[in-house]
Write a protein that binds this ligand. Structure first.
Ligand code: THU
Length: 143
């Protein structure tokens, strides 16, 4: 694993510790690598009205956008289902369908097939966004 990937995954793991997930107790963290090496993180934010929950990836991307950094995103790491929490698994968790669509916006804006590093208790697996969301609908579809 490259040092940068390791740093990004560790940032996602650390971010999962700030998850607000009293309903599922499934803690997820996301970390975005920006083109200047900075990292922006997010964690899942649940709500008593369950369907209003925001996923970690969406929180992180909205945070980067509000800092004027949407177009600077190059890679994403997601960590969830870690030991000690609900869902601890040997398999990586991958972004939900809605988050894949949110990441697609970034991929199209930046012209980068964003690598998504999916971490879990035993390691990580990397998928390109185009693998997670083939034939996706994006900004180019509206032209
Ligand atoms: N969750 C994420 O934060 N990201 C994903 O990609 C999958 C699911 C959160 C939403 C909810 O708070 C909890 O995990 C269980 O679904």
């Amino acid at each position: 694993m490259s040092a940068v990937t390791q740093r990004l995954i560790q940032a996602a793991i650390d971010a999962s510790k700030s998850a607000y997930a009293p309903y599922s107790n499934f803690h997820v963290g996301a970390a975005l690598l920006l083109d200047d090496g900075q990292i922006v993180t997010g964690s899942n934010f649940e709500n008593a009205s369950y369907g209003m929950t925001l996923c970690a990836e969406t929180v992180a991307i909205a945070k980067a956008n509000s800092d004027g950094q949407l177009r600077a995103i190059r890679e994403i790491a997601v960590a969830g289902g870690l030991a000690g929490h609900v869902g601890a698994a040997a398999e990586p968790i991958t972004p939900c369908g809605r988050c894949r669509q949110i990441i697609k916006e970034v991929a199209d804006l930046t012209g980068t097939d964003i690598p998504v590093h999916c971490a879990h208790a035993g390691g990580y697996e990397t998928f390109a966004l185009s693998e997670l969301l083939p034939h996706g609908f994006g900004p180019a579809s509206l032209k």
